[in-house]
Ligand binder design. Structure first.
Ligand SMILES: [Zn+2]
Length: 286
């Protein structure tokens, strides 16, 4: 699943669509999209004004004759944006059969073709009132972003400790809560805990502030490294231009079950934590 750095790379990859006008909209038959047909069709003749990112969400803003439209876009497990020049698009015999998992398509005023494809349909592109979009619970409750520079470690510690300062949840689970740290998913959670030398199964209330500060630094370092490497591609994630990320080559612990730890040569462990798999080195991470 794309995490904050992957979504940020997609946002950056979409920079060329800013200022373009949507001249044609095509919507898939999938219920999630077809039931919004009326709202999505309103985007026809609008200009794409900007695309922001909050955690793992992209926030799209369109302007049509002075009226702003906004959409909340999540890539889910397999959502990918593709941008094609007219020349390449026309080289597909029948593009919508080629991209049979497309959910939404915009033809742009410069001739480019922009398409949102999502095989498993966990993603979304939902029109919202632009005045209220930042007040949606999924946005307003987000914690410090893994890509914030500098990372807001104090806020992170405050959020992870919780109101009563006695949170007993395992740290590996806590890091997947976007109200604690936004844009961190299962991969970068494992990586950051490895860098900070913290066992993912330790309860939060047994971890010192000093260790949590170290974890804040680790989250930021891992997030920036992922950004520099243009994200992790394990299966579906790709850039808007179709290229994969390279961060998978930099992962120290995630996906490396039974390989030897890069730091101490012990065998890397993997186990279920909640409904996700966590990877750790029991020698390095106490
Ligand atoms: Zn180790």
């Amino acid at each position: 699943m794309p995490e904050g750095p992957e979504v940020e790379i997609v946002r950056i990859g979409l920079k060329d669509v800013i200022g373009q006008k949507v001249i044609k909209v095509k919507i898939s038959d999938n219920k999630k999209y077809s039931e919004q047909q009326k709202q999505l069709n309103l985007l026809k003749s609008s200009e794409i004004e900007k695309i922001d990112r909050k955690g793992k969400f992209l926030l799209w803003f369109f302007n049509k004759r002075g009226v702003t439209y906004a959409a909340l876009n999540h890539l889910g497990m397999t959502g990918v944006w593709h941008l094609y020049t007219n020349h390449i698009w026309n080289s597909f015999a029948s593009p919508f059969e080629h991209f049979k998992h497309y959910k939404l398509y915009f033809q742009l005023s410069n001739g480019d073709h922009l398409l949102f494809s999502d095989v498993r349909t966990f993603g979304q592109f939902k029109i919202h009132d632009p005045k209220l979009i930042l007040e949606l619970k999924s946005i307003s409750t987000l914690g410090p972003d893994i890509l914030d520079l500098p990372f807001k470690t104090e806020l992170f510690i405050k959020r992870i400790r919780g109101k009563h300062n006695n949170r007993t949840v395992e740290i590996g689970k806590a890091l997947l809560n976007p109200a604690i740290v936004a844009g961190c998913g299962n991969i970068y959670k494992s990586e950051a805990l490895f860098v900070a030398k913290i066992n993912p199964f330790n309860p939060v209330n047994k971890i010192s502030d000093k260790k949590l500060q170290k974890l804040g630094v680790a989250l930021s370092r891992v997030g920036q490294l992922a950004l520099k490497n243009k994200g992790t591609t394990l299966r579906d994630y790709s850039h808007v231009d179709g290229y994969p990320g390279l961060m998978q080559n930099e992962l120290k612990i995630y996906g490396r079950k039974e390989e030897s730890c890069s730091s101490c040569k012990s065998i890397i462990k993997a186990n279920k934590q909640g409904d996700r798999t966590t990877y750790w080195c029991s020698n390095c991470q106490k």
